[in-house]
Design a protein around this ligand. Structure first.
Ligand code: AMP
Ligand code: MG
Length: 496
């Protein structure tokens, strides 16, 4: 079916499965270009998330229909949608990159339930900058699984409704095939949207965008008396706090985003744009997961600092609205403290400590140093520690350390702290905060290899397990095990 016939509203059409709300689209020019997705030949389902369908108010049945496959592949339009590609800018690897924008993503619209739906990989847009507008199956599976995995861990993230694959060849380092991921979030607005209009000196557009974001997502900022009563400074502060909490959760989970450019920073503090991300295997604070990141700007231990740097870019962009550099600076000044508080809270929970106690920070610091010195497997350490708190058998934890004496010294201080909470309560908390399953690189890779051969069971089973990563999931023990040797030779770049 071609785009035009699908878009027309003739009486033979089935009722629209989605009730829309005109949100971002109502902003009009100069924020976006309206355009249709490019057709995707021979689309097929790779995966679907019926939980995400519920967020959209979609009848679950719809995802089983041929109409859904055509719509989410980009071949037809869901009745009432107004697809558009938005324009934004951004700092990439610390350098202003000028105009970027949705080069391969299309916003289909916002549902009446307040969720925006976006196709990623649906063809060229005015902001494609000579690239093909496509995404490959490999990176689409990674994005899909990661969105589900972070959500399962309780970390704010964009969600993924489905992956539609196609035999369409796409050239990357090797020839691959195309896929379209349908992403869902209350908003896909990035820091870079603000930076773009500030850069262009379009203060009216900048204000229109900020007012929209405040009205829709941060209404409390309108009446915030702090920061000189500027709602824009209050917005900056609120984004700063959310970003601090997000990155604290990444650090606690051992998650590395890989490309924390300002165009990949969500104004809602969501994890967005999954590319060469990685979950930590053996603990290595300076770990660089993105092969294209030659100087380690986005290494694991740099992420908190980069978050603050990115907020300074947002502050700069909002300056024409805030009016005072001092006020803008004050609005993001609490970032380090907000980060530390959130990070310590998360790590205390991982340690089974219900409340702060004197010595807990030192105990955590000593532990992280030990884990780093011996490159102990991060997820397995935490899960074994949780089980040890539950059954009192700490030998499996000690076995993870080549030099047990270092662990023994740490363990004494830990046991003292644990006594404040009580083992049963600690164990309970730890089993809910230390997942048995994380989306390690090699697990995604195995699922991708099978999918490339037409077998999507791995993607679907992994999605299912990662949605409830704290459960035991009998039969999937191997996914909770150490990474195989070949995992360390996996190379992830920005190519997607
Ligand atoms: P990313 O590094 O994936 O966040 O992308 C940075 C910018 O490049 C964004 O503006 C993307 O829309 C754009 N981009 C990345 N890959 C493609 C592609 N294959 N076709 C068009 N635009 C792309
Ligand atoms: Mg991006």
């Amino acid at each position: 079916m071609d785009f035009d016939s699908a878009a027309s509203t003739d009486s033979t059409q089935a009722p629209a499965p989605i009730a829309w709300h005109r949100g971002f689209a109502a902003l009009g020019a100069p924020f976006y270009a309206a355009l249709a997705p490019a057709p995707l030949p021979q689309p097929y389902w790779v995966a679907r998330d019926f939980g995400v369908a519920g967020l959209l108010g979609l009848p679950g049945q719809w995802l089983h229909t041929p109409e859904a496959l055509q719509a989410l592949g980009g071949n037809t339009l869901i009745a009432g949608s107004e697809p558009l590609a938005s324009v934004y800018g951004g700092h990439q690897f610390g350098v202003w990159a000028g105009q970027l924008g949705d080069g391969r993503a299309l916003l289909l619209g916002e549902t009446a339930t307040g969720q925006e739906i976006q196709l990623k990989g649906s063809g060229r847009t005015p902001w494609s900058r000579g690239a093909d507008g496509r995404a490959v199956l490999r990176s689409s599976i990674r994005e899909y699984l990661a969105s589900g995995a972070l959500h399962g861990l309780g970390i704010p993230t964009t969600r993924a409704l489905a992956i539609v694959g196609s035999p369409l060849p796409v050239a990357r380092e090797t020839m691959e095939t195309a896929a379209v991921v349908t992403r869902v979030a209350p908003s896909f607005i990035r820091f870079g949207h603000f930076e773009f209009f500030a850069w262009r000196g379009q203060t009216d557009a900048l204000r229109q965008l900020a007012d929209y974001v405040i009205r829709r997502y941060y209404p409390a900022c309108r009446d915030d008396a702090r920061f000189g009563g500027s709602p824009y400074a209050a917005l900056l502060h609120a984004v700063s706090e959310r970003t601090a909490r997000l990155i604290a959760q990444w650090q606690a989970a051992g998650f590395m985003h890989g490309v924390m450019n300002t165009d990949n920073m969500s104004i809602l503090g969501l994890t967005i744009d999954y590319g060469p991300f990685q979950f930590m295997d053996g603990f290595e604070p300076g770990r660089i997961c993105n092969h294209s990141d030659r100087f380690g700007r986005y290494a694991y231990d740099q992420q908190p600092r980069v978050g603050h740097w990115n907020l300074a870019c947002l502050a700069q962009a909002l300056l024409p609205l805030i009016g005072s550099a001092e006020t803008a600076q004050a609005a993001i000044a609490s970032y380090p403290e907000a980060f530390n508080t959130a990070y310590l809270d998360a790590m205390r929970a991982r340690l089974g400590l219900v409340q702060p106690h004197e010595g807990d920070e030192a105990c955590l610091a000593a532990l992280l140093q030990l884990l780093a010195e011996q490159r102990v497997d991060y997820p397995i350490f935490w899960r074994r520690l949780a089980h040890a708190a539950a059954d009192g058998r700490f030998a499996p934890v000690r076995d993870l350390f080549l030099q047990g004496s270092g662990f023994d010294a740490w363990f004494l201080s830990f046991k003292e702290l644990l006594a404040h909470t009580g083992r049963a309560q600690s164990a309970d908390l730890m089993l809910k905060t230390n997942p048995r399953f994380v989306l390690r690189n090699h697990l995604a890779e195995e699922a991708i290899r099978a999918a490339k051969l037409g077998d999507f069971h791995g993607v679907q089973a992994l999605q299912h397990v990662l949605a409830r990563p704290f459960d035991e999931h009998p039969g999937h023990e191997a996914w909770a095990d150490f990474p195989p040797d070949w995992a360390s030779s996996l190379v992830l770049s920005c190519s997607s």
